[in-house]
Design a protein around this ligand. Sequence first.
Ligand SMILES: Nc1ncnc2c1ncn2[C@@H]1O[C@H](COP(=O)(O)OP(=O)(O)OP(=O)(O)O)[C@@H](O)[C@H]1O
Length: 256
Amino acid sequence: MNTDNKPAIAVSNVLKTFAGKHEVKALESVDLAIAPHEFVSILGPSGCGKSTLLRIVAGLTPYEGGEVLVNQKRVTGPSPEIGVVFQSSNMLPWLTVGQNLALGAKLRKIPEAQAAPKIAQLTEMLGLKGFENNHPHQLSGGMRQRAAIGQILALDPQILLMDEPFGALDALTRDKLNVELLRIWQEQRQTVLLVTHSIAEAVFLSDRVLVMSGRPGRVVREVAIDLPRPRMPETIKQDPRYGEYISELSKLMGVY
Ligand SMILES: Nc1ncnc2c1ncn2[C@@H]1O[C@H](COP(=O)(O)OP(=O)(O)OP(=O)(O)O)[C@@H](O)[C@H]1O
């Protein structure tokens, strides 16, 4: 539990090289610090190591140099305080939506009666009511991704790591899920680190956007997004600063 103003996530001087016939230096001297309850996005060119960095923070990929601290503890493997959402849903296809949402509690041996209210609340909140008995393949792409997020939120993570969670969705569904994600975050205030390819998504969602260099990836710039919250697309997209942030980040990314 984070009780002071120390970073929820602190990465210092992290290195990662993938060994093999063609050795790949994925990350070099990566530094970043994320405050408790902050919403931070990472942008960077394809292959610069964004997913690798996220997986390192999640304890899913080992790293060589430097240090990664989550809530001031060195990351040595996956931990229950960290939830990870990937681009494609990690739901088990042979279980129903309801069973998938309840899976985490079951694996942690939390009694069903204790877990049920939270799962019912998430089902309602994520617009999945009435679909509890469907299997993942019987849902639309947007619903499947909402359910995958629900499955992770059911575990009550303090830290939410998201790797292109809406990357496979159409623009309209993506916009709607961004609004839902912000609504949930506004209520629960997890510390969020999101990898995205969408500059507009990063600006709309984040308190701060980090920009990585090409491989080997390092955090080279950061832009604080000073837009009012709660954010709704219809008001934020009218705010002249929204367009200014998008153009600043586009320039930093070399888009134009
Ligand atoms: N398990 C692995 N074994 C070997 N090389 C890997 C492995 N995972 C990633 N890499 C390499 O590390 C580099 C960074 O990959 P990573 O997926 O982290 O980049 P990314 O910025 O997330 O890319 P994208 O934006 O295209 O998803 C790439 O060159 C990739 O080929």
